[in-house]
Ligand binder design. Structure first.
Ligand code: GTQ
Length: 348
């Protein structure tokens, strides 16, 4: 532990009086707060935490008796970090929630400056439409809704569908430019056929002559069947990373970089018996277990997880994973923001 940059000076009657009078002009002494403004290591108000799906699921299903998807706009149980209560944040910069849609329901079309991802937790038959192009959900699929793209959700199947939402709302909120817009008509017009985005941009080909104008991936559906097979094939090489097992990033095919400017997404396989080394980064990580079970040591605590559980590792917490059987962990992170701003640090 390095020496503090500055120690808080002692309070005296003269100082207290001076600070009080200064406050009338909305001024405050830096030397009283400098030790918290500039700590020698990142300090986060967020806490490591797990949302146990078995414990959360009854409430998620009960919400269907309380409000319709339409009346709610989005029927989401927000995952609030225990030490950021009332702030709709899972970490300082990231938002997460568990969204439910029932057969026959619709969540109306809207768009907004924050970007979103959906990771499907249970059920099938529901879809998200981007500009009217439907992506049908299966457990483990990743669906993106980048900044300002029109999106609605619907459900043609017959079982409840639940997914994990990940958005950059807190980040955009803190920077200022949160805007949102409801679609003015009751229904969004039908767009391109299902699967078009994957064929057009995600097949190692691209449309002739088309100029890239966005930092978002033009592919917005990454089906788990394909990701699962990819990562299984890669793991046969036995060149496992000591921290991450076999970990691949979902990419924007135009850039090879993250799928959206502010959020990167990963899938990793931790083989049975895996016991990883510590990983520490300035970014926050939200993990969601798709298959298998294990535990993650985060700072001084250990979080046990199994399929469908979600947990958060805030900024600068050392963490390491163990797997009891072959485990697949999805994750999303604000790492791209840190990298773009030259702020990213890790212990690699
Ligand atoms: O599905 O569009 O969890 O707009 C929060 C805000 C989901 C959505 C959320 C949203 C959505």
């Amino acid at each position: 532990m390095s020496r503090a940059l500055h120690e808080k000076p002692a309070m005296t009657n003269t100082r207290a009086d001076f600070y009080g009078r200064m406050a009338e002009q909305h001024m405050t002494p830096l030397w009283e707060v400098l030790h918290t403004l500039l700590a020698t290591e990142p300090v986060t108000e967020a806490t490591p935490h797990k949302w146990d799906y078995d414990a959360c699921r009854p409430y998620i299903l009960e919400s269907a008796n309380v409000i319709s998807a339409e009346e709610a706009e989005r029927r989401v149980m927000v995952l609030e970090n225990p030490t950021l209560e009332g702030k709709s944040r899972i970490s300082e910069a990231l938002y997460a929630g568990l969204q439910l849609i029932m057969p026959g329901e619709v969540a109306p079309a809207h768009r907004h400056s924050p970007c979103a991802l959906r990771f499907i937790v249970e059920g099938s038959g529901a879809y998200t439409a981007l500009n009217g192009e439907k992506a049908y959900m299966e457990v483990g699929d990743l669906i993106l809704t980048p900044s300002w793209v029109w999106h609605d959700h619907g459900h043609d199947g017959d079982v409840p569908v639940v997914w994990l939402d990940g958005l950059d709302i807190p980040l955009v909120r803190d920077l200022g430019p949160v805007f949102a817009e409801p679609y003015p008509e009751a229904e969004f017009p039908t767009g391109r056929p299902t699967g078009d985005n994957m064929a057009r941009y995600g097949s190692n080909m691209r449309p002739f002559g088309e100029k890239v104008t966005s930092e978002n991936s033009p592919v917005f559906h990454y089906p788990y069947v394909e990701i699962r097979e990819t990562i299984d094939t890669v793991s046969k090489a036995q060149d496992m990373d000591a921290r991450h097992g076999y970990k691949l990033e979902y990419i924007n095919p135009h850039t090879g970089g993250p799928v959206m400017p502010t959020i990167a997404t990963y899938m990793q396989k931790l083989p049975k018996g895996f016991a990883g080394d510590d990983y520490q980064t300035t970014a926050a990580w939200v993990y969601h277990c798709v298959e298998g079970s294990g535990r993650t040591s985060i700072g001084d605590e250990t979080i046990e997880w199994k399929a469908k559980d979600t947990f958060v590792v805030p900024t600068w917490y050392k963490h390491r994973h163990e797997a009891d059987d072959d485990a697949f962990l999805f994750s999303f992170t604000d790492q791209p923001v840190h990298e773009k701003l030259g702020l990213f640090r890790d212990n690699m």
